[in-house]
Design a protein around this ligand. Sequence first.
Ligand SMILES: *Cc1c(COP(=O)(O)O)cnc(C)c1O
Length: 435
Amino acid sequence: MTAEFEVQGIGITEIAERYGTPLYLYDGDELASRVDDLKALLHPRLEFFFSMKSNPNIGVLSVLHSRGARAEVSSMVELVTALRAGVEPADIIFLGPGKSEEELNACLDHGIYAIVCESLGELELIDRLAAERGVRASVALRVNPSFSVKGSGLTMGGKPRQFGMDEQQLFATEGLVARHPNVRFLGVQVYMGTRILSEEAVAENTERIFELADRLAAHLGIPLELVDIGGGLGVAYFDGERDLDLELLAARVNPILAEFADRHPGTRLVMELGRFLTATCGTYVVRVRYVKESMGERFAVADGGTNHHMAAVGIGSFVKRNFPMRVLNRLDEPASESWHVTGPLCTPNDTLGKKIQLPPVRPGDLVGVERSGAYGPTASPVLFLSHGYPAEVLVHGGRAHLVRSRDETEDLLRHQHLPELAATAATAITEGSAS
Ligand SMILES: *Cc1c(COP(=O)(O)O)cnc(C)c1O
């Protein structure tokens, strides 16, 4: 018998046959345990908000939510998704640098916990919209701190950014609270960067964010109802990276959280997590259509590629580094050959794996890109060559659930409108021949 990849006892061959390929496959048990582990190890006052931009699927959210995760949303559709998944408005925050009036009004109408405000102009608009509705808007100020901490894939602080308000600007401003009578200032949000793989960096961030929050609350003269310490916890993708050690993280961060929590018994302490909650729970599954050789190198051409998994091209680096990949229907065969795994797009960039070690690949094989549950299709050019969104399947409670259907031809063509050129052309010809 050939060993094949299974999720909760369901084999990949069966899943691929039932739902077709390419597809994203999510393990609900793994999703649940990501939240459970954080809750078990980190300080009990810390609340975990799922950053939906990393994976906006309602099925994924509903599993995370069933274990106690709340929702951090950044668009109207994400907001509506969270509400439909049953997340209480009191457990939703809305964040993003370019919120529309429509989105802000929806936040106010649903009474979500906090709008995370990113500029003074937005604050003015929120104040006006709240006044029009006769409500007070609950707002957290996103601060672009003067400091930055090393250790993340993308550093946010200490640089000019479209996100948040500069720390220095906020401290130079007087009367901010008085000028916005329809806003209830809850507190502070700071997001230091993504793909953080250093426990020490998280601890240092947290310490400095708390210090900043205290100082800013004193300057503004507000009680701190909320401190959102961002998050951006990473997972290992590439050679030489290692996963965060949650016990080590807890040992470093919990004393910092405890000290702050004890001094602020009424303050909600929030951590935002996207990648950390979903990345390890998802596999991108493609079927190999052709195998070929070019100038001595082997290519496996599959039915899906970077149109569904842009991150596999390489995250934040100019050198292509491979995500972990396996031939899912033959796990027991040694990875003895070097392969390029490419997709159906007409560009050389459509390479999921470059010179990756795999067993001899055959047409029909199922190749999996692992650790792909975050920033997959949602962050990919799914309409390039008009292939559309792949299917998404969530295995939960030992059963496979189709949580998103793949785009079909008509789904995609519905948005295009054929202009009535034919009549015009015919008229032009008639007129032409009459003269
Ligand atoms: C993208 C983003 C997140 C989630 O980041 P991850 O690295 O996926 O955890 C959280 N907060 C803010 C403000 C973000 O922009």
